[in-house]
Design a protein around this ligand. Sequence first.
Ligand code: SF4
Length: 422
Amino acid sequence: MSARTFHVWTIGCQMNQADSESLARRLLAAGYRETDLEHADVAILNTCVVRQASEDKVASKLHELAGWKTPDRTLAVTGCIVAKEGERLRRRFPHLDALIPIGRYDEFVQELAARSDYALGEPLPAVGRTGVSHYVNVVQGCDHNCTFCIVPKVRGREVHKPLEQVLEECRRAVAEGAREVVLLGQNVDDYRDPGGAGGLAALVRAVERVEGLRRVRFMTSHPQDLEDELLEVMAGSDVVAHELQLPVQSGDDRILKRMARGYQVRHYRAIVERARRLMPDLGLATDVIVGFPGETEEAFQNTRRLMEEIEFDVVHLAQYSPRPGTFAGERMPDDVPAEEKRRRLNELLELQRGIAARRMQRWVGRKVEVLVEGTDGLGRSFGRNRQGKRVVVKGARVAPGELVTVLVSEASAGQLGGRLAA
Ligand code: SF4
């Protein structure tokens, strides 16, 4: 009898990708084989609820899988939707067999094995699954309570992975071929080793010493928690990326207060000044929400001015939509008309397009250190520089995992290009 097979379908953030990877490893270790959705005996949907569109995607996938499901097959859902909508999903989709709370993968795999009449295969090593870049979740959940955000409700309070366990995962990833690790947390700056070895700066310092690692990145930061020590570790290291994902959300103090972000614009500005003083080429990405309840034209213009002043490399822009279950969604009237939100969004998109193009142009004529990740659709090697920019290597094939120096000769909105430097 053939071994049972599984497929994990994933949407959402990098933390979900890391969770899916960890679930897949457990299934492989239990003797399951990985395959595509159509041929799988066990399908697991790893879900996201940050936007309504993500929830709709999950519902439509579950509808679609009604025809796939047979008494022999198992359909399970994990991820953020479980805490928020789990029981409702069960009622709406009776063909759904199991809800797996985030992180409770061992129990699920054990239950699955106990239920199965099939012989499982030999445990499979996970070799070959790890690419050049490997995600490691170091903080689960979030202790903040931003009024627009559903994460604390669905992922719960923070749980911090012991530093030794993170190091072990990093070493294993390197042994399997990774050359970069990305330390993940909804609010990664809040990381504290439960054994008392320190915060994120101590963790990054320990991880950068893992033999064979060529780059360490981390995300997402929070302006309230980011410490100077971390900036110093970044600036003083050849391995840690000079890159921050630092959501500002608004450039207006009154709106920041309504969002319960816990900082003011001047604090944010001061962090960016310090970081750029230590790392003049810092790659800086942020998130901005337009049309939050109470956002007047003046408040919106404050955000616009902050974007002009700081000149972010990347801005993830979103127009506010109320999420049931959040404080803002339930207690603050959604008072900016949809058309006005769209106008504000488009205005900032247009502004950022120009800024991003200028920020990319400044690399032309300079040498950058690129960690090669793979080959693009045109057969060219590509990777990222230390500041997180995608770089295409022209005229040479470079093995994934190699660190090379590229002389940048061209820049577009999304990437840089150039030849290997002599
Ligand atoms: S810091 Fe705020 S926005 Fe980020 S996950 Fe926590 S509650 Fe959500």
